[in-house]
Design a protein around this ligand. Structure first.
Ligand code: NAG
Length: 400
């Protein structure tokens, strides 16, 4: 019995050992598999993220392709338009024009939109005084959009060159939209008889004095009751209203999207519909000069930066200071020029309202101001009224 039982015990022990051994092997195999599985999962994750990365890259490349295609398309259109322009110029024998030793002063660019009748009126008004200066001021019509009447109208004048506006993106400026909004000429406005001689003389100044950004024939406070002498010119720190001439380099800076093909300075004339309330209140009453002034024969040296400060300071110095309320009455009792000092923008606006001149400021500068001074004539007489800013006298080097 004892032998049997010890045999059984031995067997049991062996079985137990075998069992434990099997368990240990099993456990080892299991943990090996678990490791392999987690490695496989990790590998799969890596694969997935790499795939995403690739997909992203592919879609980026696709986008780039699309934008490159757009650029190609745009360039092709630009080429086509420039080709038309060149053909147009050749047809008009521009070569002849240059052979006459006549270097153009500036290109006149008429910006046309969608009204052929407005365009016609503007062209007629320009051609009225253009003949004597035609070789110095080649005229271009730049069409914004594709109105066929405008195109036909523009092409019908042999004196001018038609082109389509190449500007696909809005003109980039410091304050977007502003340039375009402000520099439209209403369809019922005209140019003055001295337009071309003025800009020719202005081009000289623009060349000589790099501190001049633009030449304008526009005076925002030019209503007939505020002007007296069509021979008087001023400098201004305020970028002027309608109708101006820029140097090509300034234009390139202001508008990188404009074709760089222009060889000369530019005069812009925007043809627009009338400007509503603003037009009737401020623009329509502006006096259009009717004298054919020969600006080229005049000495405009006083307008150069270094000369003008003194020139202008002398004018301001000569004016009698007027203070307080009832400015109109006080000034009417005076003989010569008058000057009124304003404290700040609000005070300026109050004073401007009393006289009826522009109240508007931009970037801390009142319209037409030079070193904070706004000047206009007293009721069409010779007498000037200066509205003088708090720092103006100091800026002009005047001891107060
Ligand atoms: C033009 O005016 C300036 C002063 O503004 C003067 O110095 C110069 O001599 C004048 N030139 C001629 C040719 O009169």
């Amino acid at each position: 019995m004892a032998r049997w039982s010890s045999g059984l015990r031995c067997l049991l022990l062996l079985t137990a050992i075998a069992f434990i051994y099997t368990q240990v092997r099993l456990f080892k195999a299991q943990s090996e598999y678990a490791e392999k599985i987690s490695a496989a999962v990790e590998g799969e994750n890596q694969c997935t993220s790499q795939m995403r990365l690739l997909i992203d890259q592919i879609s980026m490349q696709k986008e780039r392709l699309v934008s490159l295609e757009e650029i190609v398309k745009r360039k092709e259109e630009e080429c086509e338009q420039l080709r038309t322009l060149v053909q147009n110029l050749e047809r008009k024998d521009v070569k002849n024009l240059f052979q006459q030793n006549q270097v153009p002063v500036a290109a006149v660019v008429i910006m046309a939109c969608n009204r052929a009748d407005y365009l016609e009126r503007t062209i007629k008004s320009i051609l009225k005084y253009h003949s004597s200066a035609s070789s110095k001021f080649p005229i271009f019509v730049s069409q914004d959009g594709s109105n066929s009447d405008v195109r036909t109208k523009a092409m019908s004048y042999k004196q001018l060159t038609y082109m389509q506006h190449l500007d696909y993106e809005p003109v980039r400026t410091e304050r977007p939209g502003e340039l375009i909004a402000y520099y439209k000429i209403a369809h019922d406005m005209e140019i003055s008889p001295d337009f071309f001689s003025y800009f020719e003389a202005g081009a000289d100044l623009l060349d000589k004095d790099k501190s001049i950004m633009a030449i304008s024939s526009w005076n925002d406070n030019g209503q007939k009751q505020f002007v007296h002498d069509p021979y008087t010119l001023y400098r201004s720190d305020f970028f002027p209203g309608l109708g101006w001439m820029l140097s090509k380099s300034t234009w390139d800076e202001l508008s990188p999207k404009w074709p760089k093909a222009y060889p000369f300075m530019l005069i812009f004339i925007f043809v627009g519909s009338s400007l509503g309330q603003f037009f009737h209140q401020y623009l329509k009453p502006i006096k259009l000069n009717d004298l054919p002034i020969d600006w080229k024969s005049m000495n405009l040296t006083y307008l150069m930066e270094d000369k003008f400060v003194k020139h202008f300071a002398d004018l301001v110095k000569g004016a009698s200071p007027v203070y307080g309320t009832d400015l109109n009455l006080k000034i009417s009792n005076l003989q010569g020029d008058a000057r009124v000092t304003y404290r700040d923008q609000q005070h300026f606006e109050e004073i401007a309202r009393q006289f009826g001149i522009f109240e508007e400021w931009k970037d801390g500068v009142p319209r037409t101001a030079y070193k904070g001074v706004v000047v206009f004539r007293y009721k069409t007489t010779r007498r000037r009224i200066f509205l003088v800013g708090p720092d103006s006298l100091e800026q002009l080097g005047i001891q107060s």
